[in-house]
Design a protein around this ligand. Structure first.
Ligand SMILES: [Zn+2]
Length: 403
């Protein structure tokens, strides 16, 4: 444990470093906490990479992260404490330094990892054992330090979210097929398809018939440092003749159609089925900041790829990516889409949704769409990015002669 005398030394250094410019160069755009009783992870999303200082203090045990030349974006608040973390505080320090204090119920070793997001840099502060192994079942594959800069060949991580589950069956077809069962089957097939693909790795938000709040689905994806979130569903409508797949992204300004609005309302009601107290705010239109608007654009680009891939295996209900206020898509820093794979209310589609073959076909198409997006838009530090760079430099040096 570092003593207070040592802390004063750091403080002096911070002043010295901070002295050369009072202007803020970076912005803290998000802060998230995942914690259980013996470990925690704090994720700081920043507009730009900044040097950071981390030190620990005792009485009470706490970890302090100083971010020089960093300002807090409006609307960013410290998450409330949970598990081993009793409190998180954010406060400006002299010379433009932003200080993050993580107060602990017991002392834990801390280390940091820098990574990239689509829009900036992510600082992951790990306290104690990594928490990622604790969030899903069965035990996930060994988790590598996602977004680690310099580790140039990590896999792109896709969070695959099987809609509904447990007390929430989702839509029920005329033949009795429950949406929660087909979404889980397709999600498992999709995860297997992604894992079979070089450079990509899937994590499932649920791998059994289990009720999960919508926010918990996002939290699990974040705990895995997912690069993308894909929620799998099957739609339902009174008119049994309606069929085909649609892909949705978040909207902050009303839905792209009345049908999309009603669908988002139905999907958002999932939390009520599990007895979760309704947060009325969740159902209101989202107020978007610049980061969220940007991530919706990224999500739509990826969703377009999935629509194209799905159109090759079956009927598409809507060729344009649809938008509505789905709670499960509200990640400010992770491109997210919701795939309505078919209409469970259509008897022919209900039958197909039950077939292993169709589940595989849908999974393959979604995986193809996702891969095609990441080939074009590889995140930093990934194998996709490395391969793209290799290809580009091969093209640069090529003179047309035999290599
Ligand atoms: Zn659904």
């Amino acid at each position: 444990m570092i003593t207070k005398g040592f802390f004063r030394g750091f403080a002096a250094l911070a002043v010295a470093v901070g002295g050369f410019s009072a202007a803020s160069a970076a912005e803290l755009r998000g802060i998230a906490l995942s914690a259980n009783s013996d470990s925690a992870q704090v994720t700081l999303d920043l507009s730009d990479g900044t040097t950071q200082k981390l030190f620990t203090l005792d009485h009470p045990d706490r970890v302090v992260i100083d971010l020089p030349h960093t300002a807090r974006a409006s609307g960013v608040h410290a998450p409330s404490g949970s598990g081993v973390v009793s409190e998180v505080r954010l406060g400006p320090q002299p010379h433009g330094t932003l200080r993050v204090v993580v107060e602990l119920r017991s002392a834990l070793p801390a280390h940091t990892t820098w990574g990239a997001t689509g829009q900036g840099r992510r600082l992951i502060v790990s306290l104690g054992q990594p928490i990622v192994a604790a969030v899903a079942e069965p035990a996930p594959k060994a988790v590598r330090a996602a977004h680690a800069v310099g580790d140039g060949d990590r896999d792109v991580v896709i969070a695959v979210d099987a809609g509904h589950g447990g007390d929430d069956p989702g839509a029920i077809g005329h033949g009795g097929t429950r949406e929660k069962d087909v979404t889980l089957a397709i999600a498992r097939a999709l995860a297997a398809r992604i894992d079979a693909e070089g450079g990509m790795r899937a994590v499932l938000t649920r791998d059994r018939d289990q009720f999960l709040e919508l926010r918990e689905r996002i939290r699990r994806a974040h705990a895995y440092h997912a690069d993308m979130f894909v929620s799998v569903h099957a739609d339902s409508i009174a008119d049994r003749s309606v069929s085909g797949a649609s892909v949705y992204v978040l909207s902050g300004h009303g839905a792209s159609s009345e049908a999309a609005r009603l669908l988002a309302e139905r999907e958002n009601a999932a939390d009520l089925m599990g007895g979760v107290l309704e947060d009325k705010g969740e159902l209101r239109p989202v107020l978007l900041d610049a980061a969220q608007s940007e991530i919706i654009g990224v999500s739509a680009t990826a969703a377009e790829r999935v629509v194209i891939a799905l159109s090759s295996v079956g009927e598409i209900r809507r060729r344009e990516v649809q938008q509505a206020g789905f709670v499960v898509l509200k990640s400010p820093d992770m491109p997210s889409m919701l795939v309505e794979t078919a209409y469970i209310s259509n008897p022919a589609e209900e039958r197909r949704l039950r077939s292993l073959e169709q589940q595989q076909r849908l999974a393959e198409a979604i995986a193809d769409g996702v891969r095609s997006y990441f080939l074009q838009n590889p995140p930093d530090g990934t194998r996709f990015k490395q391969e793209r760079r290799t290809l580009a430099s091969a093209a640069d040096t090529s003179t047309g002669a035999t290599p």
